[in-house]
Design a protein around this ligand. Structure first.
Ligand code: DLL
Length: 443
């Protein structure tokens, strides 16, 4: 890859037309070749993987078709942690160009590494994703993803540069300045987590700045689950088209999948990754269209080849043709993570389901947290949500009852809803913390 081949197919344009519109049979051939090369790379350079594959009785030469993917054992986040920091790398530290890490809630961080070529591939795929979302050469891209160990900031930065756009490397934080510079530099593209985009919109309101009058037209939002209701709220308040972008550090960073014009799922870039959906309990691969845990295999990564990585993200996949002309499969909006899923008195609940109820309800601001506590042997969920500025405090209780009623009827769980004064729910500059689980830890 590398060379940019902008091409037009009907009214649609693509950054890497040859790859993005490749017939699926041809794509499958490329994938098998690349899969065998990836398994070989891991087998020869990562002793942990070699042992695993030997234990499973698999050799790289056994990979002859895509169906052979299922011979390979899964890789889990704990494998990365257990081999901290560099144990899963297929290149020596001195051969790398960069390290990133994600902290997670417990224990050691997950460390990921890239060769210079890996960084090039990532930049290409981020540029492809941005183009797919509507960004173009020469656009001013205001990048409010955090710079640093998090892959969001540098991932979007390198992608925007590769596209030929002009990056404003803002990172997260200094929200007042974000608003000023969006207006002054006339950014056309905003990159941020959806929750931070809303925090920027809120501050703009407080400053009396109407972001709908800014030059912003496209937002590339990801790094956390967000609902369709949240998309609409952001679009209404900022006046742009909000595009969903997905990725994870273990696989690369942002740019693993991205929405196109059709906004009917996120195209997963299948020339570089294989996508499967499995039943998280049994590990069985599910038929296309069924919801389960997304499993991803890298096809071109040098430093950190990943075989069947269990993402914990819950979604569905379709290979049905897309209106945009791209042939790559679509991952439907990620509804949540397995580990964020709350089981409340037997009902499975994702924070994004509660979010969809909260957003757009009268007098309620789109900032919330779910607090889970144990009372006796039962779990109790308290939804802490804010009233919109100007709402009289004596109406909070009634608003709370209305919200509680709608959560019960739409999500199926009984909650305590606490409506609080504006500004009381913590704002995040990166990924929002949606759940505070105060239940005693089981040992
Ligand atoms: O969040 C990479 C990224 C940065 C993606 C910027 C998009 C934009 P991690 O910090 O490793 O990497 O977190 C990865 O975030 O497994 C999902 O649970 C969640 N996630 C990422 N994108 C989305 C999305 C980055 N569009 C984890 N929708 C993933 C829902 C998402 N969840």
């Amino acid at each position: 890859m590398g060379a940019i081949s902008r091409a037009e197919v009907g009214e649609h344009t693509f950054l890497h037309a040859d790859m993005e519109t490749m017939p699926r049979e041809q794509l499958a051939q490329l994938q098998v070749q690349r899969l065998r090369a990836t398994v070989t790379n891991a087998y020869e350079h990562v002793p942990f993987v070699k042992q695993r594959l030997q234990a499973a009785g698999v050799k790289p030469a056994d990979i002859r078709s895509l169906a052979d993917l299922q011979l390979l054992p899964f890789t889990k986040k704990t494998d990365l942690r257990d081999n901290y920091p560099f144990g899963l790398f297929a290149r020596k530290p001195a051969e790398l160009a960069r390290l990133h890490a994600s902290s997670g809630t417990t224990g050691k961080p997950t460390v990921v590494g890239y060769t210079l070529e890996d960084i090039g591939t990532w930049s290409d795929l981020m540029a492809r994703s941005m183009y797919c979302a509507g960004a173009r050469r020469g656009d001013i891209v205001h990048n409010a993803y955090g710079y640093g160990l998090f892959t969001g900031g540098l991932g979007a930065h390198y992608g925007a540069e590769r596209l030929g756009a002009v990056v404003v490397p803002m990172s997260g934080g200094s929200t007042e300045r974000q608003v000023t510079l969006i207006m002054d530099f006339q950014a056309r593209v905003l990159c941020a987590t959806p929750s931070y985009a809303l925090a920027i919109a809120e501050l703009a309101d407080q400053q009396g700045v109407d972001l709908r009058k800014s030059n912003l037209q496209i937002g590339l939002f990801g790094a956390e689950p967000w609902s369709g209701a949240m998309r609409k709220e952001i679009e209404d308040r900022i006046g742009l088209k909000a595009v969903d972008i997905y990725g994870l550090s273990e696989i690369m960073g942002p740019g693993v999948a991205c929405e196109c014009d059709a906004q009917a799922g996120l195209h997963g870039w299948e020339d570089h990754f294989l996508f499967e959906v499995i039943d998280p309990e049994s590990g069985k691969v599910l038929p296309e269209g069924e919801a389960g845990e997304l499993v991803i295999t890298t096809l071109t990564k040098q430093a950190l080849p990943m075989l069947r990585y269990r993402t914990r993200d819950i979604t569905r996949i379709t290979t049905a043709p897309c209106d945009c002309g791209r042939t790559h499969a679509r991952i439907l909006r990620i509804t949540g993570r397995n580990d964020d899923m709350l089981i409340i008195r037997g009902v499975n609940v994702y924070p994004s389901q509660v979010e969809a109820v909260l957003i757009g309800r009268p007098h309620i601001a789109p900032h919330y947290q779910l607090v889970v506590e144990r009372e006796g042997s039962l779990d109790n969920v308290r939804v802490e949500v804010e009233a919109l500025p100007g709402t009289p405090a004596d109406q909070f209780a009634a608003i709370g009852r209305d919200v509680k009623h709608h959560i019960k009827s739409l999500v199926g769980i009984t909650t305590d809803v606490k409506v609080q004064a504006p500004g009381t729910v913590p704002r995040s500059q990166g990924k929002a913390v949606r759940v505070r689980d105060l239940r005693p830890k089981e040992v």
